[in-house]
Write a protein that binds this ligand. Structure first.
Ligand code: GLU
Length: 308
């Protein structure tokens, strides 16, 4: 065992890298270098319909062109479906997983009906309504009917049971949220997400499940990623506890914004590394544009209880 710090950059090869990705990669590389550690690359390609080898090659080329190197081996999620499947089975054996059939439209209609009657319906930190969970207590026979019907379904975490099984005091170490960028311990509130998706009928994993498995498998000590994933950390800590996985430290950095004030995404075509390179910019120009780009403010941590 060494005390070497292990960082990772984990893009999804379903589009081109943009300046926001470059920021994440640079921060990870810099922190790895400063600590004498390593930075691993992970291709988050569980969505096989949208991820392609061509995008994967382009990501590697863009990083090389920017001068951002990584340490080997590269991990490709699509090569580890068996590991995710066995983690899912473990959670299922604990009685924490149920097959769920409602589509987005059915969820929306259900929630609208409740709200039309004056009822309150909880939303997750991304603003999406919690899953109604009507199938949570279905019998084995009822579950079999759904999973053998040929209709698409999701496998969801029974959040209330999962939180109860995990026991109390679920927290994480976050760098940069305290005064002067100090490390603080934040209380995790996974219940704010409701019954999250762990897998789908056609994919034996989800973002949440694979990210905790991969971080453990790659022995990541420090997760440095965008603020948009800040609240997801609560779900990750819960899964780590349930699956006996080690707990990394976290740092969620500001997001780069486009001229429209929205977080950079694929829709900001001219902010992709490829487009900037093709427009004749040098790697230095692109890194300067990254430093100068407008950024989101700090994560709203007021609602996250700071532990003593
Ligand atoms: N694949 C995710 C993304 O491209 C990053 C996931 C993570 O860093 O946990 O936004």
């Amino acid at each position: 065992m060494t005390n070497r710090q292990v960082f990772r950059f984990a893009p999804s090869p379903n589009g081109e890298l943009h300046l926001g990705h470059a920021l994440s990669a640079c921060l990870n590389r810099r922190m790895a270098d400063r600590s004498g550690g390593v930075m691993l690359l992970r291709m988050e390609d569980i969505d096989q319909a949208r991820c392609t080898p061509a995008f994967e090659r382009q990501i590697a080329e863009d990083l090389q062109w920017l001068g951002i190197g990584w340490d080997s081996p590269v991990r490709r999620q699509s090569e580890h479906f068996d590991a995710y499947r066995s983690a899912l089975c473990r959670l299922d054996d604990m009685g924490l997983v149920y097959p769920a059939s409602m589509s987005r439209r059915e969820i929306r209609e259900h929630v609208e009906a409740v709200e039309a009657r004056g009822g309150h319906w909880p939303r997750d930190p991304d603003g999406q309504p919690h899953y109604p969970g009507l199938e949570r207590d279905a019998s084995k026979a009822e579950r079999d009917v759904l999973t053998q019907s040929g209709r698409p379904y999701t496998l969801r975490l029974d959040m209330a049971q999962a939180v109860a099984s995990a026991g109390g005091n679920l927290a994480w170490n976050e760098l940069g949220s305290g005064p002067d960028g100090a490390r603080v311990v934040l209380q995790a509130d996974p219940a704010s997400w409701g019954d999250v998706i762990l897998a789908r009928s056609d994919t034996p994993t989800s973002y949440h499940l694979s990210v905790v498995m991969d971080d453990a498998e790659q022995e990541i000590t420090d997760v440095v990623r965008g603020q948009d994933l800040f609240h997801a950390t609560a779900v990750h800590r819960l899964l780590q506890r349930l699956l006996d996985l080690p707990e990394p430290r976290y740092q969620h950095h500001a997001l780069l914004l486009g001229p429209d004030g929205k977080k950079l995404s694929k829709t900001h075509r001219d902010r992709s590394i490829r487009a900037m390179r093709e427009a004749g910019l040098s790697p230095r120009d692109v890194l300067d544009a990254m430093e100068d780009a407008p950024r989101s403010g700090g994560v709203e941590t007021a609602s996250v209880h700071l532990q003593e």
